[in-house]
Design a protein around this ligand. Structure first.
Ligand SMILES: Nc1ncnc2c1ncn2[C@@H]1O[C@H](COP(=O)(O)OP(=O)(O)OP(=O)(O)O)[C@@H](O)[C@H]1O
Ligand SMILES: [Mg+2]
Length: 378
C-alpha cells in the first residue's frame, strides 16, 4: 500500500485527549482510518510524586510542575504520543453550571438575556468568565411547568402561572484565568490545545448511549467522587462528595499499620471482595458513605422531576477497585455498570481485557480524543 500512502498519507487524522486530574494525568491518542476511530496509544502518570505524595493521592501543584509532568508523560517511550493536536479537560470544580429559567424568546434575544441573568449565579464579574449555554429541549422541561398546561376538565387549558411561557437553559461558566492556566500547561509541554472542555461533557461522550431515560454518572477520583445526572445529553444535576479512593488507602494504612504505598498496593491488588475481612471492612466504610450520598442525590432528583433514573455508570480510577461493581449493585437504588469507553474505538483484540479494566479511568481522555478527532476532519 506504499503507493497509495504517498497520496493519502496525510488523510489519517490523529488526536490526543488529555485529562489532568487531581491525582493523575491520563492521555489517549486516536487516529481515524477508513471512517473508524482507532486506538493508537494511551497512558497515565501519577501526580502525587511531583508534590512529595504517593501514587494515588490528590495533590495541588503549581502550573510549571504539572507542565513538567505532562512533558514527562509525552516522553515515555511506551506511551509514544505522536501528535500535538489535543483537547484538554477542565475540572468540574473549576466550572459553574446552572439550569436557569428564561422566557421563551428568540435565540437572538436569549443571547443578550442569558449573560444578564447569569450575573445572578456567577460570583465574579461576567467579563472574567467564558460563558456558554444551551436551551434544554422542550420535552425535557420540568414536570411542574408542563403540568400547568394540562387540559382542564370541561375543556380548555389551565392558564400558565406567568404570562410568558418559560424555557430552561443550561448555563456553563469557566473563569478565564483557569483556561489561561491550562493553556500554559499544554503549550509549555509543547502541545496544541484545540479546545478546553469541562470533564463531564467529555465523559458523557465516552460512556453514554442514546437512551432517553436519565442516567447517573459516578466519577470516583482520588479526593472526591463526582455525581452527575444526565438526560438526553444534558447535565441536569450534579453533586460532589468529599470522599474518594485515596480515603480507602489512608484508612487501610491507618488501621492495618502500613505505609501509604503498601496500602495503595493492597487496595489495588486485594480490593473490596478479597478473602481478608479486615480489608473488606475498611473499604466498605468509605464506600458506604459514598453510596449513601449517591442514593440521596438520586432520590432527590427522582422526586423533584418525577422520573426514574435508569442506571448508574461508574467511571474514574476509583471505579477500577475489584469488587466495587458488585457492592454498587447491592447498594444502589438503580442498576449499576462499569463504563466501557474503549468500546467506542477499535483496538487490538489482545488488549480487550486490560482495556475493559482500565476503561473507567480513561473515560474523560477518550471523550476528549473523540471530539478532537471529529474536529480534525472538518
Ligand atoms: N485498580 C485500582 N483499584 C483501586 N483503586 C484504583 C485503581 N486504579 C486507580 N485507583 C485509584 O483511583 C484514584 C484515582 O482516580 P482518577 O485517576 O480517576 O482520579 P483523578 O482523575 O486524578 O481525580 P479527580 O477526577 O477527582 O481530579 C486514586 O486514588 C487511585 O488510588
Ligand atoms: Mg478525574
Amino acid at each position: 500500500m506504499a503507493f497509495f500512502s504517498k497520496f493519502f498519507g496525510n488523510r489519517e487524522p490523529r488526536a490526543l485527549g488529555i485529562d489532568i486530574g487531581s491525582s493523575a494525568i491520563k492521555v489517549v491518542q486516536l487516529k481515524k482510518k477508513n471512517g473508524q476511530a482507532i486506538l493508537e496509544t494511551y497512558g497515565e502518570l501519577a501526580l502525587g510524586p511531583y508534590g512529595g505524595l504517593s501514587v494515588g493521592q490528590a495533590v495541588q501543584l503549581p502550573t510549571d510542575k504539572i507542565s513538567a509532568a505532562l512533558a514527562d508523560l509525552m516522553k515515555e517511550k511506551e506511551v509514544n504520543v505522536t501528535t500535538k493536536s489535543s483537547g484538554l479537560s477542565i475540572p468540574f470544580s473549576s466550572s459553574l453550571m446552572a439550569v436557569i429559567e428564561m422566557p421563551e424568546v428568540a435565540q437572538k434575544e436569549l443571547a443578550i438575556m442569558v449573560p444578564i441573568e447569569a450575573r445572578k449565579y456567577i460570583p465574579v464579574p461576567i467579563s472574567e468568565v467564558m460563558l456558554d449555554w444551551s436551551v434544554i429541549p422542550r420535552s425535557d422541561v420540568r414536570v411542574e411547568s408542563v403540568a400547568e398546561e394540562l387540559p382542564q376538565e370541561g375543556g380548555g387549558f389551565a392558564a400558565p402561572a406567568a404570562a410568558m411561557p418559560k424555557i430552561d437553559v443550561l448555563m456553563v461558566a469557566i473563569h478565564k484565568e483557569t483556561i489561561a492556566r491550562f493553556q500554559e500547561i499544554v503549550s509549555s509541554a509543547g502541545l496544541d490545545a484545540g479546545f478546553f472542555e469541562i470533564e463531564i461533557f467529555a465523559t458523557s461522550r465516552a460512556v453514554m448511549d442514546e437512551g432517553l431515560r436519565p442516567v447517573m454518572i459516578m466519577d470516583m477520583g482520588a479526593a472526591t467522587t463526582k455525581l452527575y445526572i444526565i438526560e438526553r445529553g444534558i447535565v441536569r444535576a450534579s453533586h460532589t462528595i468529599n470522599r474518594g479512593s485515596q480515603d480507602i488507602t489512608s484508612n487501610l494504612s491507618k488501621s492495618l499499620n502500613m505505609t501509604p504505598e503498601q496500602a495503595e498496593v493492597m487496595k489495588r491488588e486485594v480490593g473490596a471482595a478479597g478473602d481478608d475481612k479486615s480489608v473488606n471492612d475498611v473499604i466498605a466504610l468509605v464506600l458506604d458513605y459514598i453510596f449513601a450520598e449517591a442514593n440521596t442525590v438520586l432520590l432527590d432528583y427522582e422526586q423533584r422531576y418525577n422520573k426514574a433514573v435508569s442506571k448508574t455508570i461508574l467511571v474514574g480510577g476509583g471505579a477500577a477497585l475489584k469488587g466495587l461493581l458488585e457492592l454498587a449493585k447491592a447498594n444502589f437504588k438503580t442498576e449499576a455498570e462499569l463504563a466501557e469507553p474503549f468500546s467506542k474505538v477499535a483496538a487490538p483484540a489482545f488488549l480487550e481485557k486490560i482495556l475493559r479494566e482500565t476503561g473507567p479511568e480513561f473515560a474523560v481522555a477518550i471523550g476528549l480524543a473523540l471530539r478532537k478527532l471529529a474536529e480534525e476532519e472538518e
